[in-house]
Design a protein. Sequence first.
Length: 472
Amino acid sequence: MKRIAHLIDCGRRSRTIALAVMFLFTLSGLCWAQAKETATTDEILEILKEKGIVAGDQYEELKKKAAEEKKKKETDYTVKWNNGINVDRNDGAFKVKIGGRIHFDWGLIDPDSSLENNENNELYGDNALKGDGVEFRRARLYVEGTLWENFVFKTQYDFAGGETAWKDVYLGMKKIPFLGELLVGQMHEPFSLEELTSSNYNPFIERSLPTGAFAPSRKSGIRASNNFLGKRMTWAAGVFYGDTDDDGDSNFDDITNTDLTLRLTGLPIYADDGKRLLHLGLGYSYQMRDEGQTDLRYRNRPETHLTDVRLVDTGTIDADGANLLNPEIALVWGPFSVQGEYFWTAVDSTEANDPSFQGAYLFGSWFITGEHRKYSTSSGKFDRVKPQSNFMDGGLGAWELALRWSWLDLNDENVRGGEETNYTLGVNWYLNPNYRLLFNYIYADVEDRGSVEDDFQDGNANIFAMRFQVDF
């Protein structure tokens, strides 16, 4: 692959230009919004008075009542449950929601003799592959809301593992003319349908091999997004610091470490309030780095988080940057759905001879109780499933069967990270909109990792996993 450094003189200059463009769009939208005239109750009363429709005393009485109603409306609040605790001021100017999630996982991994030999020879370091155990995969609390109708914020913390990590901490504005929503802080880069769909709503316990290896996930930066054509299409674009840590902080230095990420989605088919739909999407990310001072690495666990072993791993690659491309497709047809993505990553690295890596997944699911996967047209991703009847409330809840194939190839040029193919069978029980139980059986097959001298052996593993989940 030809080096791409010459296309942009400096990564930092590109980041500055992109940020400036976004802020200019925002400022122009704000000026337009402020200039727009709105009719108020007082103005209407003035018009009625001028036309002689209301008399002086009647005018004063109506004006007094309008002021009282306005004051009452502004100061009254409603507390309600809507998949979380919601506190809303009745005039809609202020809204706050408190929510969270608990994902408690159990798992068992049974590798064959070849992968056991790799473990015994400490090729995975001091990480264990064989065994069973439990963990709190996620334990999160969040507060999000709207201030003065158009100003938004969210703070979410994850306490799993006994440590605190940021998982979405941002502020911004919405309903900006032409631009839509603008956020600054730590958030998801707009890349990959499976990555952007919440872990509360994905049909499998863990995301697929290529999603975990390639999707940039959360970073600190600035992101703009909007929908158009009656919410049949969405777009999102952002500039992010590629070295953001779990606290949302980046390194303070003179090294280029920037991600420029874009996503576009469309719904060629959308009928019956989302019971039948076809989703198409395309994501792109340009990761700017400084060769000799920064590196990239691609790897993933075998679709269970209980082990820290990565059966495939490129190791660190001294790189000047990378281009990531990600087409998406999803079909929902009543209780049946199919979803898939392809990932292609081209790394600009003299040391590794410009390797390219790839991966893909495809899964199908069937709600045997008749529900369907919910889709958010405003953001181009999947949402919460609501059973037709809740368990212990006269019904059985919702039952879903799912089957997934996923593949990750990290071998190219001077890199021998290995190739892994997984097959997953899932059974999911949604007791109600907030509780669900998941069971996964995963067959993982890995081959061609490392050189002959590394002594890695090809092999496979049987993995059993369960999740007990509540989210609100």
